[in-house]
Design a protein around this ligand. Structure first.
Ligand code: FES
Ligand code: FES
Length: 152
């Protein structure tokens, strides 16, 4: 019960006042993620560092329930400054956590609060939407980076 109320508090805080809404400038990676359960979409933009291997900023826009918005905002906090490799590992760790397989092992314990969602299986997709979308956005940035390199 205590954990659930902490979970509700975090969801409320991050869905009412998300700090990472908007578009990054410039946009190095982009993806529009879609939750097939409800039809909501989220658009994610990523800004990388100069060498193109580290996340400088992530922003999101779009429609989604409080869980989807809060999860995207928490994710944007959590992946700031991470390498692309680290962020992709976090995508997998988040999935594992939602399946109840493991706690979030990194320095972002706040994300463990979202484990509360796994009690409500139909809402899991709401929480993982942003992470799927991040993975695709990072992959799009890699394609872009290698295209630019091969043109040189
Ligand atoms: Fe489309 Fe995950 S369902 S990005
Ligand atoms: Fe649509 Fe949660 S109900 S993202």
């Amino acid at each position: 019960i205590h954990q659930r109320s902490l979970y509700q508090q975090v969801i409320l805080e991050h869905s009412k006042k998300p700090r990472h809404q908007g578009k990054t400038d410039p946009v190095h990676g982009y993806h529009r993620g879609h939750n097939p359960m409800c039809g909501d979409t989220i658009e994610l933009t990523v800004k990388l560092n100069q060498t193109g291997d580290r996340i400088e900023d992530v922003k999101f826009e779009g429609e989604g329930c409080a869980i989807a918005i809060a999860s995207a905002d928490l994710m944007a906090d959590a992946v700031q400054g991470k390498s692309i490799q680290e962020a992709l590992e976090m995508v997998q760790q988040f999935r594992n956590m939602m399946q109840g397989k493991a706690e979030f092992p990194l320095d972002v314990r706040k994300l463990n609060v979202l484990q509360g969602i796994s009690q409500f299986p139909i809402r899991i997709k709401c929480a993982t939407l942003c992470w799927h979308t991040l993975k695709a956005a990072l992959e799009s940035s890699q394609v872009h980076t290698s295209t630019v390199e091969s043109e040189q």
